[in-house]
Design a protein. Structure first.
Length: 379
């Protein structure tokens, strides 16, 4: 009995009221640990961006916090101002006339230059603000975006232009970068940016089309070189050429519409025998003086007249020039591709076809018709 009474006293001494234990558990549940509180306090306001830039500037630092508000939460007015500056830049670029005032001394040129300087300063400040807010290098930083890299390139080219101005350096190559300034509008208009991105994404899909185009150019170019290399140089020469006349026959239009003859081994449409018997607009009836006699321009009766030199252009052989100052020929694969490109544009292709038909064969029209069918109406 004494042992049972002692056990009851021990149980009663360790008993704790139910309401006190529940209050203690509730107080422990409501009190967070110090570690969680410190983590929440240290979380940056923009978790997706770099917490520290330039090794020391945090997101909560006041200069960067201002820049983050401007970049991440832009006011509608900021976008409108940027677009207005871009449009103003397009206007100033279009009104610039470097040929009329090379040294930019007129009042109008000075005004345009002031506008250009202000526009450059605006975009330079915008670039610096974005760099402070986002950082420079990294996936989420300033240079991590393709369009920001374009802005950076344009601003750097402008800085180089200003730094080299007055050092007698040629700035024409650097100033050509100005034409890229209107492209800044793509980065400011989301719908335009999406459209341009889609167009750029479709470029790899055009690889098969470019490959087919290359094969067409290559095959037709090889055929043209094998058949007509050097033939468009054919002209009607004199066998015994005096120094007083032109070495080969040329009509009034000259090399703009050359007389391309066909040699005896080819079956072209023009022969030297088809050279007009009389010079255009002149009645020439005399023949040339015999070898060893100086030609004086007089016939045997003493009448002043001229010699009909056209009848002496009887030898068809290659000359030095191709049609259109050497631009149209099939002498090598490069020039053949140029001629093929002109044919598929359907601009002046008939003249090229006639040149080849005159020099080689009438049936060469099949080549050009087939080329147009393949390139203009693909299956």
């Amino acid at each position: 009995c004494d042992e049972e009474i002692g056990d009851d006293e021990e149980k009663s001494s360790t008993w704790i009221p139910v309401h006190e234990s529940s209050q203690a558990q509730g107080s422990r549940a409501r009190d967070p640990t110090p570690d969680l509180v410190s983590d929440e306090e240290e979380q940056p306001p923009y978790p997706a961006l770099a917490p520290v830039v330039f090794f020391c500037i945090k997101q909560t630092t006041r200069p960067r916090s201002w820049c983050l508000r401007m970049v991440c939460n832009p006011y509608p007015l900021n976008n409108h101002v940027s677009m207005l500056v871009i449009l103003l830049n397009c206007v100033t670029l279009g009104m610039f006339q470097p040929c009329e005032d090379l040294k930019c001394q007129s009042e109008w040129c000075v005004v345009l230059q002031v506008f250009d300087d202000c526009i450059f300063a605006f975009f330079a400040v915008e670039m610096v603000i974005k760099m402070i807010a986002l950082g420079i290098f990294g996936s989420k930083c300033y240079l991590g975006d393709t369009w920001n890299r374009l802005d950076f390139f344009i601003v750097m080219a402008g800085m180089m232009e200003y730094s080299l101005d007055g050092h007698n350096a040629s700035l024409s190559a650097i100033r050509t970068v100005r034409v890229l300034r209107p492209l800044r509008a793509i980065n400011r208009v989301p719908s335009m940016r999406i459209l341009v991105t889609l167009l750029l994404d479709t470029l790899p899909m055009l690889g098969n089309v470019l490959l087919l185009c290359f094969f067409v150019f290559f095959i037709f170019g090889i055929v043209g070189v094998q058949l007509w290399a050097g033939l468009l140089r054919n002209r009607c020469f004199m066998k015994d050429n005096p120094l007083t006349v032109f070495p080969y026959y040329m009509n009034e239009e000259g090399e703009d519409n050359p007389f391309i003859c066909s040699s005896n081994k080819d079956n072209g449409m023009l022969r030297c025998s088809q050279v007009p018997p009389l010079k255009e607009g002149v009645e020439c009836t005399l023949i040339a003086s015999p070898p060893g006699h100086a030609y004086s321009g007089l016939d045997g009766t003493g009448n002043s007249s001229c010699v009909n030199w056209n009848q002496y252009y009887s030898e068809c052989k290659p000359g030095e020039l191709n049609p259109h100052k050497g631009a149209v020929n099939f002498d090598n694969i490069g020039y053949a591709w140029i001629a093929i490109f002109q044919v598929i544009t359907l601009e002046g292709w008939v003249d090229i076809m006639y040149y080849v038909m005159d020099a080689h064969s009438f049936y060469n029209f099949i080549y050009f018709i087939l080329l147009i069918i393949v390139t203009q109406w693909p299956p």
